[in-house]
Design a protein around this ligand. Structure first.
Ligand code: ZN
Length: 175
């Protein structure tokens, strides 16, 4: 396994709709394992393939936050929201592609999602609480959508300007 660099917004690859995977190959399993390692290292609770520059429909997540609790890594190929509750929930969201910026986003409180697992088997589950918000946030990435797209334009522009500055500083450090 290896840690992959995470793309920082703004980046055209974070705005693209990703292609479905056609069968779960060894290469894709390796990518999923790298993404889990990258996510835990960051640390974060979710990561989508476009965030590591791969424009395919794959997300990983683990929303277990309680200290001492067993990790619960999940790998979802071609995840698709099949049902959303009318009830909404608000969480303060962040994103590994938008470091250190947080904002409240309102989303359906419960969702049913279908996907293919690491063995290519069809799965379906209902998610609630933080898991529901996380899975929706990650699936949005596969459609080129970021959590800041839910914010008012002024707030979104402010965050984007901060990220442009951050990227410039990081590029300078590397040079
Ligand atoms: Zn994100």
């Amino acid at each position: 396994m290896s840690i992959r660099p995470i793309l920082i917004h703004p980046d055209p690859r974070l705005k693209k709709a990703c292609a479905p995977v056609e069968g779960v190959s060894d290469d894709l399993r390796k990518l999923a394992e790298d993404m889990l390692e990258t996510m835990y290292d960051a640390p974060g609770i979710g990561l989508a393939a476009p965030q590591v520059g791969v424009l395919q429909r794959l997300i990983v997540m683990d929303c277990v936050k309680e200290e001492g609790a067993d990790p619960q890594p999940m790998v979802l190929f071609n995840p698709k929201v099949q049902w959303t509750s009318e009830a909404l929930n608000t969480y303060e969201e962040g994103c590994l592609s938008i470091p250190e910026q947080y904002a409240e986003v309102e989303r359906p409180a419960e969702v049913t999602v279908t996907w293919l697992d690491m063995h290519g088997a069809a799965c379906e589950a209902k998610f609630d609480k933080l898991w529901a918000t996380c899975v929706q946030h990650e699936i949005d990435h596969l459609d080129g959508k970021l959590f800041i797209d839910y914010l008012k334009p002024l707030k979104r522009q402010l965050i984007t300007r901060k990220m442009v500055k951050l990227k410039r500083e990081r590029a300078r450090e590397k040079a």
